[in-house]
Design a protein around this ligand. Sequence first.
Ligand SMILES: [Zn+2]
Length: 360
Amino acid sequence: MKVQKRVKQELCSTPCNLCGSKEITVLANHSRSGEPLRTLICRECGLVWSDPLPHNPRDFYENDYRISYKGHYSPKPKHILRAGNVALSRHRKIERLLSTPLAILDVGSGGGEFAYLLQTLGHQIQGIEPNNGYAEYSICEYGLNFQVGFVQDVIIPQQSFDLITIWHVLEHTDNPFAVLTKLHALLKPQGILVVEVPNIEAICQSPKCTFHEAHIFNFNIATLTRLAEKADFTEISHVVSADGGNITLFLHKAIKGNNDVGELTIEGNAKRISKIVSNHTPLKHYLVPERKSHFSKKPAQHPEIFFGKIFPEWNKRLNFCFTISFSELFLTIINYKRTFPVEPVGCSQKSVRQLVFVAR
Ligand SMILES: [Zn+2]
């Protein structure tokens, strides 16, 4: 007698945001913090998302996110320094698009460093940031034009922007298709949208860090591009970072009638992603020679983490002492000098912000 193997049918509460299917497989059951987090992959297209949602995205990003990430609302000098360097690297990615003054929308502007950089370069910047503390900080400290809220809700006239940037935001939203559709409406007909997200195929991070509560959706190039096409965009180009960790996608609006998206399924993509995720084991990860040496260098590179874990009561003090290291300050000054003539004004906590952003 033939015995049929019973396969448990897994269910999801919402259909796939890309192709609409409910045919899913559970990819993981825990987050990087070790807490339960059910992560699914759509068998039809390979889109990956958390179900059920680990938090209410509205409450989380308005109030809790910065606390759970960084322990407070307003950025400390060390965060401004790091965000300043991130702003510079983002500027380099889009520099070729900035030859004339543009009307730019930056979605999820955080502490406003990137928006401030572009404003200083002569562009007209509008920022959107859901977190009250960071938005207030950007408005008060940098005099930026920010709206507090979620991009889905903001009221801005259609076709207002030449360029829209959305860096590491789409993966945090509960409906990335709706967000891209909104951005399509806000972009001028010849405008460009730049989207950057983490790459689900990345193996540069520890396998334990692949999934976490803040990232509701996870993309690879195929799913991100297909979702953009569904929202009536066409790819200009894409770049995968050297470590494979991030995807930057450059898009423009599809020419009317030319964007027949057809079937939204992506053959073989779910299989490809599942294989990469399941093959990315801790053993394989740390057996790679460069990662072994990186792991052994960690205490030297990040003494505040190393010592802070051993002596938790020292953590706060060490954190400040080590993270604003002189080498970091020096590199930041050098980097900014490449963009602007910068006048260093000292190394005190109070003056770090000025040191990073005094531009003449
Ligand atoms: Zn799907």
